[in-house]
Ligand binder design. Structure first.
Ligand code: PLP
Length: 352
């Protein structure tokens, strides 16, 4: 039996989106390739080099090292692995704000590092005093988030870099979601702005590539080499990725999307998404809800659970934050018409 493909017309909570047509087309063409075996599949390997070069331009890194990962989770795990393997301490620790993605819990568990979770400030950004108080000579990595999953906040990345350097630790920036919108804002978030060592930046989120296409960037090949293992049965000699066989579809679609959209297409999309987020925040505020100011295209509001459940029953795919607010991510497939229809449903619920 054939199932219907995913329709996006009521999806308001996902951090993935409908791939751009050129990304969809590239994914189909490269479906049967494996960039994990570059000796056998050289053309997709070339596309991966192009994709990393473009990710480098987006993230302010002239000579980037990195690869197209399965997603932000893999990129984050690998960044923690690089830091752990470079650390001198036998029991290294990693310091991150409570707003960081749960993939770091997986990383800490797999890699045996101690995770030190520090609070965020009144604006949901890493509390610098708390970070300062948590680092010590066993700190291998400080993590900053550039576009948090719940509120779209950007941590003070340059300051986190200084704190990391003060204890000889590395700095990883998780821009898995934010990386394709931040170039069009005034935030200091990338390799150009701060002492960033590694970064997660995902084409399959705001980059409009097909899943799976995450991005791991490292400031130098030397850092990426920490991950390399020998590959005796392949024509190439070593592999830095976490997975072996990988999706050529993800790699090719990432390259195609960035080729098509960087920078102008992404800029237009950022403006559209940000305007939509502000429109939605305003509409919710006018109806008496408390709204977290959408500094990036992500809106959180204190809509009660019963209303939330009724909206879900109407087919809206929405989610809640850890503190129980409604959360809407204004991804490229989210149009003003969709948001107006969502608010229309909310109004109809309220009059009953
Ligand atoms: N980092 C951030 C900031 C995210 O928002 C997410 C997912 O939403 C991830 C990492 C994990 O990405 P993935 O689900 O592609 O592994």
């Amino acid at each position: 039996m054939q199932s219907e493909p995913q329709a996006f017309d009521r999806v308001l909570s996902s951090m993935c989106t409908e791939p751009h047509p050129v990304a969809r087309d590239a994914a189909e063409r490269f479906l049967a390739t494996n960039p994990g075996d570059p000796g056998t599949y050289p053309s997709v390997s070339t596309l991966e080099e192009e994709a990393i070069a473009m990710l480098g331009s987006i993230a302010g890194l002239e000579e980037p090292a990195g690869y197209i990962a399965s997603g932000g989770t893999e990129a984050n795990i690998q960044a923690v692995r690089i830091a752990r393997d470079r650390a001198e301490s036998r029991r290294p620790n990693v310091v991150m704000p409570e707003s960081a993605h749960f993939s770091f819990q997986k990383a800490a568990d797999i890699l045996g590092v101690e995770l030190r979770i520090v609070p965020t400030d009144d604006d949901f950004r890493a509390d610098l005093e708390a970070v300062r108080a948590s680092v010590d000579e066993a700190t291998a990595l400080v993590i900053g988030v550039a576009g948090t999953t719940e509120y779209g906040r950007v941590d003070p990345i340059p300051e986190l870099g200084e704190i990391a350097r003060s204890v000889d630790a590395m700095l990883h920036v998780d821009a898995a979601w934010g990386g394709f919108v931040l170039p069009f804002t005034d935030y200091d978030w990338n390799f150009d702005h701060a002492a960033v060592d590694t970064m997660a930046i995902d084409p399959h989120k705001m980059g409009q590539a097909a899943v799976p296409a995450g991005g791991l960037l490292a400031r130098s090949e030397e850092l990426l080499d920490e991950l390399a293992v020998d590959t005796p049965y392949l024509e190439s000699t070593s592999q830095a990725t976490l997975t072996g066989t990988r999706s050529g579809a993800g790699v090719a679609s990432a390259a195609a999307a960035m080729e098509e959209l960087w920078p102008e297409g992404y800029k237009r999309q950022y403006v559209r998404s940000q305007n939509n987020a502000e429109w939605l925040a305003d509409a919710l505020e006018k109806r008496g809800y408390e709204v977290v100011d959408p500094t990036l295209p992500l809106v959180a509001a204190d809509v009660p659970r019963s209303t939330f459940d009724a909206l879900r029953a109407k087919g809206w795919r929405i989610s809640r934050t850890a503190t129980d607010e409604l959360r809407v991510v204004c991804m490229p497939h989210v149009t003003r018409e969709m948001l107006a229809s969502f608010i229309g449903d909310l109004d109809r619920l309220e009059v009953r």
